[in-house]
Design a protein. Structure first.
Length: 354
């Protein structure tokens, strides 16, 4: 691993109480390039722009995928990653489906730990605060040819983060647009999956909603995901979430919520969720809550559902009554080292001298 530390750190300009998520970046980034059939040296270097051509194949043909994960700091200044092996497995699953060469454990886990150690001062401590980490792979060959690229770049960049979507949101159940189709790339974190979601989301926003609940591409009768999140529905005291498939992302936060619910003895089922059953539960006063989960947001509680020309207001539950908020607290307490970790999810980033 080649480490080139910056001679002009920006950490003194970083105010952990006043920053913009997604546009504030840590001092360093990781870069590794693929050429001639092999990955080259892992490099940690000062964060900054890189020279690319508009003819770069990743831009023109969409060979690009990424991950979303976080690092946390506890009251003693220790730094932890959360289930990084799951992200490593998933980025290679995405890469394989997009005909991108898979990356090594040393590149992802080893490089990530080193980057987090070097820039540990950028990881904010406090309620809802963390460092959002974006590993990504994209084709870099300069060629306007619709084929598999011969050159790629793996990179890791990171931005300090804090809670957002803290207020409950309204969501529109899609009757036409779908996020993914059978045989497609819905199970991957391909860049194109997100681009395709922007327009339907914009239409929903024009109707007064913040997000879309995606339905299946065949009948539009079943929930799949919501926005960029996995979705959960609570009917009475049972939680339902759609099973993962080639259309539904195997979310790390999703899996964590399932395991935490089981640990609490909550009845949780991975089953198809029909729009009809949700609306019937609403009419029978059995629909208690719906929420989305994902790395960036952790939990987004929904306050209303839109379907056709109707808007359905959901019950307002206290934090103690809400399964969503109870499981969210369980998860965050493990991530931030406020509670025991019976699952072995928390990974300490050791301190080294570079």
């Amino acid at each position: 691993m080649i480490i080139q530390k910056t001679s002009n750190s920006r950490i003194s300009t970083f105010d952990p109480e006043n920053f913009t998520f997604g546009t504030t970046f840590i001092d360093h980034m990781l870069v590794c390039e693929y050429e001639n059939g092999t990955w080259g040296d892992i490099k940690i270097m000062p964060y900054g722009p890189l020279p690319f051509s508009p003819a770069m194949m990743g831009v023109n043909y969409g060979q690009a995928c990424f991950e979303g994960m976080k690092a946390y700091k506890d009251k003693d200044g220790q730094v932890f990653l959360f289930r990084p092996e799951k992200n490593f497995e998933r980025i290679n699953k995405s890469a394989k489906r997009l005909a991108i060469p898979e990356i090594t454990h040393e590149m992802f886990i080893g490089g990530l730990k080193t980057l987090m150690d070097i820039d540990r001062d950028w990881i904010p401590f406090g309620e809802g605060k963390s460092l959002y980490i974006r590993p990504l792979i994209f084709a870099t060959e300069e060629a306007l040819k619709a084929r598999i690229s011969s050159k790629y770049m793996f990179a890791i960049v990171a931005s300090p983060a804090r809670s957002y979507y803290t207020a409950p949101v309204s969501v529109k159940i899609s009757e036409h647009y779908s996020r993914a189709a059978n045989g497609g790339i819905g199970f991957t974190k391909a860049a194109g999956n997100y681009a395709a979601a922007f327009y339907p989301t914009k239409l929903a926003e024009e109707e007064g909603y913040e997000q879309v609940i995606w339905t299946d591409d065949t009948s539009h009768e079943y929930f799949e995901e919501s926005g960029t999140m996995n979705v959960f529905v609570r009917i009475n005291d049972t939680i339902y979430t759609p099973p993962t498939s080639e259309k539904i992302l195997a979310g790390v936060t999703r899996d964590s919520f399932i395991q935490l619910a089981k640990r609490r003895g909550i009845d949780i089922r991975e089953e198809p969720i029909s729009v009809k059953s949700v609306l019937e539960a609403y009419k029978n006063n059995e629909l208690k809550e719906i929420w989305g989960v994902g790395t960036a947001v952790v939990t987004s509680v929904f306050q209303a559902l839109g379907y056709k020309d109707e808007k359905y207001e959901l019950p307002k539950l206290s934090p103690e009554e809400s399964f969503a908020l109870t499981l969210q607290k369980d998860l965050i307490d493990i991530q931030t080292n406020k509670a025991e970790d019976p699952f072995g999810w928390r990974v300490l980033v050791e301190k080294n001298v570079y």
